[in-house]
Every structure is written in structure tokens, then in C-alpha cells.
Write a protein that binds this ligand. Structure first.
Ligand code: AMP
Ligand code: GLY
Length: 423
């Protein structure tokens, strides 16, 4: 079997690694991949957003399944394009990917479906939005409507901060057309968790819970990033919440999509705030989370391809999924300066030593091979990951592994999973 994974970050290394470990021994290709995917797959020199070139490669080389990692090609309609060529794609078509591509559309689905989420209003310019901010008062949340690479969300503690946010979105146009519309949202308080669900158009299989750490520094300080670490399972998602998240969040969402003629296949990722009034959706994404994937996939006991195939075929069921009892933790090693500007091409040492520790896998994100050595090539460089019999043991092991790895100006958080450990 031939599988094409699209993307080149830590999520895609994890996907390629898990797929390559499938009992059917598939041949895996990754476009564009990184130095880590090169160990488990054949990297293709095609960018993840080059839908034309990816479709051309797949049309010619006929992979049995295409697994799309990032949101951008999904929103650009890569699934539609490839399906038109008779290819099998794990990931929603453009109509379903709008759940992530447009916050306004996503809210509209949630409101129609009665899904608990923050109250909000949408505006097409600064003035209307600012009037509404003054009416509601702070704290308040301002979001650019379209894709903004994980940025474009401002949690504002004062009305002045909200005005600054609106200036950046509407006047400075930092997110380009993604800021043509602005969502102003009620501030929700609580602990966050991610639920990644597989969907086959109708059936839903919820994967284990996880928790991301979005701020760059310890104690959730500093600017937002793509994610500095994660762990799974997340104890904040207590047993009694599972039926609530299924019945009140995911089921009505998929039903509302169906009602509108949208057959959603792939991952539906619910970013949830566990409020005093129960779980509320902060956002939906149309893909696996990064770094949530790094902590959820290693805990799956057995093959992942049958789950992906069942999503495409519309035959998804919980029987296809078994979990390992272990907990998993991932700590992201990032380039100094990230999420601002940073230097590249720093030599990475100790990858083999860290990877040799029991339960440890070092997933690559922003890495490249240069003259036979692995060097940094992005902001988030590595996702050092460990499975352990308990969460405290996994945390201990992941930091033991981190102490083996080094590159110039590396930074990472030393408090990943602290919230769960302190419960
Ligand atoms: P998003 O990209 O929508 O997930 O937003 C990024 C981060 O902003 C989230 O992970 C939350 O930490 C925070 N956030 C988003 N919306 C809200 C909200 N309504 N209330 C409080 N925090 C929020
Ligand atoms: N970890 C956050 C995301 O993947 O959107």
C-alpha cells in the first residue's frame, strides 16, 4: 500500500511514523516532510500548499490514500481536487474545511446546532466592532475571521487592548483578507482541552483527550505560539464529560453539517473551554492538532490506517480503536526568539541518544538535513515525546530525553503537564 502524507511539521512526522508502523507495512511518501519524516518515508520536494503539484503527483503515482495534515490545502480544496481524480483522501472537502477557514461560518453552524460556545457578533470594520466592545466591556476576545496561522486571536483584558487588536486587524491589515471580517466574542474562563474526533460523514469516533500549551513561556506567559507542548490524556476531561462532548457538541455539529449538505470526512478538532457551565467550543479545526497529534497517536494501540480508510468509506466505528494504558507527553524545543524572528541552520545534537531512551520518540518539526547532519529550519524544531506508565513518569522521561538534545539558542518550557500533575 502507498500512502501520501501532506505537510512537513511535527504533526506530519507523527502521522508518517504511525502509518509507517502499520502492520501492512505501507510505503509512505511525505510532501514536503522534514529530516524526521525522511527516516520513515520518502520526502517529495512539493510544498504542502501547492495543490496543483500535489494533485499532479498523486494523479500520476496513485497512492491508495492521501492524508492531509495542515488546514491550508484543505481550505483550498485539495480533497475536492484529488477526489475528482478518483483518489481517496483523509480530510474534509473545502465546504467542510470552512469550519476552520471561517470563524463566522463555524459560529453559524454552532448556533444553528445549539452547540455551547461563546456569545459573539461579527463585523466588517473597526467602528462597529469597537462600539460593540464598548457595549460589552472587557475582558473580551477579538478574532480575525479567516486563517491566520494560529495568530489573529486577541484575548483582551481592557477596552484599550481591544482597540489595539482592531487596529492591527482592520487598519494595519496584519492578516490581509483574513481580517476582512472580525468576530468579537465573549471571554470564557476555565481550563482548555482538545478533543480530536474522527468523522466519516456521519459516524464519530472520539480520540483520547489532550491539552496543548499555547504560550511560549512557563506559567502560560508570553505570546501565543503554535503550541509548546501537550499531554494526553487530559484529566480535566473527566469521565462524565465524554457523553456531554459527544451528545451536545460533536453530534449536533456533524448533523448540522449534514443538514446543509456537507459530508465531513476527516478530523474534526474541538478546542474546548471547560467552564463552570460545562464544555464550550472555542474553535473547530479541520485537521489534527499540532502538538496534540504527537501525544495522542503514540497512545493508539494497533494500526491507524483502518481508521482513516473507514473515514473515507463511511464505515467508522469505535471497534477499530484501542488505547494503550500509558500517558504521553510532548515538549516542543523551539528556536530562540520564536514566535518572533529566529535564526536557522543550527546543528542539532543528541537526537539518537534521546531517541534510544525507553518510551521516547523525537518527532521533528522544523528540521532539515544539511551535509549529513540535522539542522534547524523553523520556529518549532522538535517535539520530544515520551510514553510512561503514568503521567508523572512520562514527564520525568521526556525531560530526561530533552537533557540529551541540544542546539544553539534552543528554548523549551519546563512546566509541560504541570496543570495535570498539580490536580
Ligand atoms: P483559537 O485560535 O480560537 O483557539 O484561540 C487561541 C487561544 O485564545 C485559545 O486557545 C484560547 O486560549 C484563547 N481564546 C480564544 N477564544 C477565547 C474565548 N472566547 N475566551 C477566552 N479565551 C479564548
Ligand atoms: N495545537 C493547536 C492547533 O493545532 O491548532
Amino acid at each position: 500500500m502507498k500512502i501520501l502524507v501532506i505537510g512537513g511539521g511535527g504533526r506530519e512526522h507523527t502521522l508518517a511514523w504511525k502509518i509507517a508502523n502499520d502492520s501492512t507495512n505501507p510505503e509512505v511518501f511525505c510532501a514536503p516532510g522534514n529530516a524526521g519524516t525522511a527516516e520513515v518515508a520518502t520526502n517529495l520536494p512539493i510544498g504542502a500548499e501547492d495543490v496543483d503539484a500535489l494533485t499532479a503527483w498523486a494523479t500520476e503515482n496513485r497512492p491508495d490514500l492521501v492524508v492531509v495534515g495542515p488546514e491550508a490545502p484543505l481550505c483550498a480544496g485539495i480533497a475536492d481536487r484529488m477526489e475528482a481524480e478518483g483518489l481517496r483522501v483523509f480530510g474534509p472537502r473545502a465546504d467542510g474545511a470552512r469550519m476552520e477557514g471561517s470563524k463566522e461560518f463555524c459560529k453559524d453552524i454552532m448556533v444553528s446546532a445549539g452547540v455551547p460556545t461563546a456569545a459573539c457578533e461579527t463585523f466588517s470594520g473597526k467602528d462597529g466592532a469597537m462600539d460593540y466592545v464598548r457595549e460589552q466591556g472587557a475582558p473580551i476576545v477579538i478574532k480575525a475571521d479567516g486563517l491566520a496561522a494560529g495568530k489573529g486571536v486577541y484575548v483582551c483584558m481592557t477596552e484599550e487592548e481591544a482597540e489595539t487588536a482592531l487596529n492591527e486587524i482592520c487598519l494595519e491589515r496584519r492578516y490581509g483578507d483574513s481580517g476582512n471580517r472580525i468576530v468579537v466574542e465573549e471571554f470564557l474562563e476555565g481550563e482548555e482541552a482538545s478533543i480530536l474526533a474522527l468523522v466519516d460523514g456521519d459516524n464519530i469516533v472520539m480520540l483520547s483527550s489532550s491539552q496543548d500549551h499555547k504560550r511560549v513561556f512557563n506559567g502560560d506567559q508570553g505570546p501565543n505560539t503554535g503550541g509548546m507542548g501537550a499531554y494526553s490524556p487530559a484529566p480535566v476531561v473527566t469521565d462524565d464529560l465524554w457523553p456531554v462532548i459527544h451528545d451536545q457538541v460533536l453530534r449536533p455539529t456533524v448533523d448540522e453539517l449534514k443538514r446543509r449538505g456537507i459530508t465531513y470526512k476527516g478530523v474534526l478538532y474541538a478546542g474546548l473551554m471547560m467552564t463552570a457551565d460545562g464544555p464550550k467550543v472555542l474553535e473547530y479545526n479541520c485537521r489534527f492538532g499540532d502538538p496534540e497529534t504527537q501525544v495522542v497517536l503514540p497512545r493508539i494501540n494497533g494500526d491507524i490506517l483502518p481508521l482513516f480508510q473507514a473515514c473515507v468509506d463511511g464505515t467508522l466505528s469505535d471497534d477499530l480503536l484501542k488505547w494503550k494504558p500509558e500517558a504521553c507527553v510532548c515538549v516542543v524545543m523551539a528556536s530562540g526568539g520564536y514566535p518572533g524572528s529566529y535564526e536557522k541552520e543550527k546543528v542539532i545534537n543528541g537526537l539518537n541518544e534521546a531517541g534510544a531512551l525507553p518510551g521516547v520518540v523525537v518527532f521533528h518539526a522544523g528540521t532539515a538535513e544539511k551535509d549529513g547532519t540535522v539542522v534547524t529550519s523553523g520556529g518549532r524544531v522538535l517535539g520530544v515525546t515520551a510514553l510512561g506508565p503514568t503521567l508523572p513518569e512520562a514527564v520525568k522521561q521526556v525531560y530526561a530525553a530533552l537533557s540529551q538534545v541540544s542546539f544553539d539558542q534552543a528554548q523549551y518550557r519546563t512546566d509541560i503537564a504541570a496543570r495535570a500533575l498539580n490536580r
